[in-house]
Design a protein around this ligand. Sequence first.
Ligand code: HXC
Length: 258
Amino acid sequence: MTFETILLDKQEGVGLITLNRPDALNALNSKLLEELGEALLALDADADIGAIVVTGSEKAFAAGADIKEMSGLSFADVLKKDMFAEINSVFARVRKPVIAAVSGYALGGGCEIAMACDFIIAAESAKFGQPEIKLGVIPGIGGSQRLTRLVGKSKAMDMMLTGRMMDSAEAERSGLVSRVLPTEDMLDGAMEVASSIADLSAPSVALAKEATNRALETTLAEGLLFERRAFHSLFATEDQKEGMSAFIEKRQPQFKNC
Ligand code: HXC
């Protein structure tokens, strides 16, 4: 596959997608969003891949949706193309874990793409924000919904109504990111985390992702039932036998993803 606006690489069971519009701080134009969606679906379907990392450059994960591309559009234009619906639906379809590895600016749509991933590993240099309010719009790729679920109403309102940026320490304190690493080590660290997930049993990884996402969509009783049934179903896998035997025999498990 060849792309204009992203780079795609595979290393030790991990698919690495690098947003690559350096002249525009990786601003998300329609080509980039289309290519990001294609790459995510291709890696999700690739039997050699167990986890996916999405990253940008050291200066910017992405500085938002492409303001120059959007500026002249009318209400009818954006409604007709249902702007940004497709990338959200791609993220909803991807069943493998997706980690956002964020260095520098993750603003507007950049912050939203990071939050659409399953979790965020940030460099100390990372800066998150939803500055759309300063452009006369609001978030459109899920910011008002995902940021509020991640950091709570008070901080989400603060971020969305002022458009201010949050540094990596505040982002970790607030629950927006799962870990912060030194900037120069961040991508290697995120790749190591992804590779360690790719080494696990794929059916249990997929069900852990589904069960965790279910917590955001349903009641506690329904979520507990979903989790229990998913847990029960994993006793039908060879990997459950292997994982538990390996523990008892004090050796590393050899998972076969079945
Ligand atoms: C298009 C962008 C861009 C963007 C930066 N660039 N962000 N182009 N869309 N979102 C371009 C600049 O125009 C410039 O190109 C080049 O990238 C470098 O940017 P500079 O501004 O010169 O860099 P710097 O001074 O370091 O400032 C970095 C920055 C600033 C603080 C991140 O670029 C910035 O504020 N960007 C916009 C952030 C933003 O508002 N994001 C939200 C977008 S709306 P040239 O050719 O001039 O050199 C959004 C909506 C989502 O995401 C969905 C709802 C509608």
